[in-house]
Ligand binder design. Structure first.
Ligand SMILES: [Zn+2]
Length: 314
């Protein structure tokens, strides 16, 4: 189910209220392009799947323009649930978001506000939360997608055209590095230069920690090229020292979150795609904690060196 952002007429280009209601700095959000998502919908339809596109302007309730809460993109599915016989709702929430790996510290999704708040609410209306990818890192989902028939139409960048990610957002930065690590392709120096110049990526590299930092550790683990920024990034996210193979596997406790009537089907499908984490790997995921790391002089030093190298790429 794809929620297609629909701009209200008054706010669209040339619309009479645009100037007053959409501050200049927020107009960036209007640069979102739906083509790649619509291309994916068409592609998976051709492969025999049911895919619906529902135009909706809920994102304009909010400034900056976007979903007022992250599950708001479920609105079309919830409204159509009875008509279409839906009995649960799945999002693409990956382990980094559900369990906070890659952020400051691992947190059990079962005890987090998101699950405690939306779980019972959706359950109460007969659409239980079906977080089928919650126990899979972005590394795992990338491996699943790249080995699937959907690979040619899957694209995470929401600003690019089909088959042409913008290569100018942080998502493109992270996913390009990750895709190269998964496929074993080299990042050539020209592409590395281009990635190093992405303003949003530079902003992330200047932060105390980077969004989905664990994914970057995985992505840079096997980087053997000589690009200065990528080499320093590898050291800064500890791609040279962290154990990362657990990210290729499924976190079994996430199975308990699935609605009982869908659990067997979902865990079987996951099992066909990925191995479960071994107990030691599970412990590694749960031990993710950047707090003590951030305080070490070595980590700060690595970050400072990376930031200094970015000066040549502004
Ligand atoms: Zn992009």
């Amino acid at each position: 189910m794809h929620l297609l952002r629909q701009t209200p007429r008054l706010l669209a280009a040339g619309g009479s209220a645009r100037r007053f209601l959409v501050p200049r700095r927020r107009r960036l959000h209007l640069k979102y392009r739906p083509e790649a998502a619509l291309y994916a919908v068409e592609g998976i339809r051709r492969m025999g799947r049911t895919a619906l596109v529902v135009p909706c302007d809920i994102e304009f309730l909010n400034l900056p323009i976007g979903f007022p809460v992250d599950i708001a993109n479920a609105v079309p599915a919830l409204l159509l649930a009875d008509l279409r016989g839906y009995d649960s709702i799945a999002f693409g929430t990956v382990m980094e978001s559900a369990y906070s790996v890659g952020r400051a510290r691992f947190a059990d999704y079962r005890k987090r506000q998101h699950f405690l708040q939306y779980g019972p609410m959706l359950e109460a209306i007969g659409m239980p939360l079906h977080q089928v990818t919650a126990g899979i890192s972005e590394v795992g989902t990338t491996r699943i997608v790249s080995a699937s028939p959907y690979a040619p139409v899957a694209q995470s960048c929401v600003r690019g055209r089909p088959g042409q990610p913008c290569l100018n957002c942080y998502k493109c930065f992270r996913k390009t590095l990750l895709a190269a690590a998964v496929s074993g392709d080299e990042i050539d120096p020209g592409l590395a230069d281009r990635l190093a110049r992405i303003p949003e990526a530079q902003a992330q590299m200047r932060r105390p920690w980077m969004k989905h930092e664990n994914v970057l550790a995985y992505a840079t683990r096997h980087y053997r090229g000589g690009h200065r920024v990528l080499r320093l990034l590898r050291r800064r996210v500890r791609g040279d020292s962290l154990r990362v193979r657990w990210m290729e596997r499924w976190y079994p406790p996430a199975g308990e979150l699935l609605p009982p009537h869908r659990r067997a089907e979902a865990t079987e499908a996951i099992g066909r795609a990925l191995l479960p984490m071994r107990p030691g790997q599970q412990a590694l995921a749960e031990a993710w904690n950047l707090g003590p790391v951030l305080a070490t002089p070595a980590y700060r030093n690595r970050r400072d060196r990376l930031i200094a190298a970015l000066e040549d790429y502004s």
